[in-house]
Design a protein around this ligand. Structure first.
Ligand SMILES: NC(=O)c1ccc[n+]([C@@H]2O[C@H](COP(=O)([O-])OP(=O)(O)OC[C@H]3O[C@@H](n4cnc5c(N)ncnc54)[C@H](OP(=O)(O)O)[C@@H]3O)[C@@H](O)[C@H]2O)c1
Length: 348
């Protein structure tokens, strides 16, 4: 029986991958690293065939031992600063290790500019695999590539991930809170400069199909898609921030997050402050630290991340979900409902 060890299986991305694994490979034994008992109970309630393993990204010995038992290790947990956990997973992996990185490795300046190159994961593979180590994700990407000498590795590097996930813990995308807080601060739509910068987006289910495809290649012992250059962008379409915001603003208005679909042009630093404070934002608030998540979110509003997923396309992957803007209403409804439920719970 195939054994799969899964790190990050409760996440937005991981939950979508787990669902597809369970549906398509009901006989596989899947062990999921879970941070606490309550999450483990919820996971087993939804997927009785899945075995939770309680631990976190500091549980190095546990991760190594579970990886050693597995035929395939899938990691969709955060990579940055978790080098040691990744090393433990790879040290244990004897066959296949599928890693999650991120395309912020190629972000440019957050100026809302139209001028940018398109990055292709096949044509530009030499540059992508030799990035300076100060680029986001490059330290951990390098660590994974180094292991290609003794284990079959592949890196999936998503652009922005959207859409609803079957994840039990994180059904809505990780970027949603930052976008909602920023919109609440301005009470309108917002753009960095004119919002001409372009972003690659992918629906989480289309992204999950990339992981499934690699799992199926592993099960077929197909050696063609692993190794130092097995770096796959997770991207289905490129859209300007302005187009995305013009689709999002009516949805934000409908749900009462903003008062008008008018667009405000701001710079990334102002957006960074707004994204931290939401309703209580004023111009005087202190900006977030340069290496904070809030700053990362605000910068992403203004950068270009134009991607072409040639590697996965060559393997036969095709996006099946429609344009990402079609998901905004459902995502926002779900996010705001969960936010209201959490507030009501706090009050009770
Ligand atoms: N989503 C995107 O737009 C995007 C784009 C590019 C790259 N990525 C990369 O993909 C990763 C996953 O994205 P996501 O959207 O699926 O995030 P997510 O919904 O926050 O899921 C993260 C997963 O990792 C687990 N996790 C986090 N910290 C952990 C720790 N210290 N120990 C053990 N488990 C831990 C979470 O467990 P809990 O359920 O306990 O929280 C969850 O299962 C991101 O962190 C990023 O590196 C994401």
């Amino acid at each position: 029986m195939t054994q799969i060890f899964f790190i990050g299986g409760t996440g937005h991305i991981g939950g979508a991958v787990l669902q597809k694994l369970v549906e398509n490979h009901p006989d596989a034994s899947v062990i999921v690293l879970v941070r606490d008992d309550r999450k483990a109970q919820r996971l087993v309630f939804k997927y009785p065939q899945v075995k939770p393993l309680i631990g976190d990204l500091q549980s190095f010995d546990l991760i190594e031992a579970a990886s050693l038992e597995a035929d395939i290790v899938i990691n969709t947990a955060p990579d940055i600063t978790h080098d040691k956990a990744i090393e433990s997973a790879i040290n244990g992996s004897k066959c296949y290790y599928i890693h999650t990185s991120g395309a912020s490795i190629i972000w440019d300046e957050p100026e809302g500019s139209r001028e940018a190159r398109t990055w292709d994961d096949v044509a530009d593979i030499q540059e992508l695999t030799t990035m300076e180590l100060n680029k986001t994700h490059s330290v951990t990407d390098k660590l994974v590539r180094k292991a290609a000498a003794y284990v079959n590795v592949a890196i999936i590097s998503p652009g922005f991930v959207g859409g609803m996930s079957p994840s039990i813990e994180h059904p809505t995308p990780i970027t949603t809170p930052g976008i909602v807080l920023t919109a609440r601060a301005f009470k309108t739509g917002f753009l960095i400069a004119q919002g001409e910068n372009e972003h690659a987006w992918i629906h989480v289910e289309d992204l999950a199909n990339m992981y499934l495809l690699l799992v199926e290649k592993a099960l077929a012992s197909d050696q063609s898609c692993w190794g130092e250059e097995a770096y796959y962008f997770g991207a289905a379409e490129n859209i300007t921030f302005s187009d995305a915001m013009h689709s999002l603003a009516p949805v934000l208005l409908k749900h009462g997050v903003i008062d008008s679909t008018k667009m405000q042009s701001v710079d990334a630093m102002v957006a960074a402050k707004a994204s931290m404070y939401g309703d209580s934002y004023t111009e005087e608030v202190v900006p977030p630290a340069a290496d904070s998540w809030a700053m990362h979110i605000a910068i992403l509003f203004g950068i270009n991340m134009r991607l072409r997923a040639t590697g996965m396309t060559k393997l036969g992957w095709k996006p099946q979900k429609g344009p990402i803007v079609g998901t905004f209403d459902e995502v926002l409804s779900s996010f705001l409902r969960a936010e209201r439920e959490a507030t009501d719970k706090d009050k009770a």
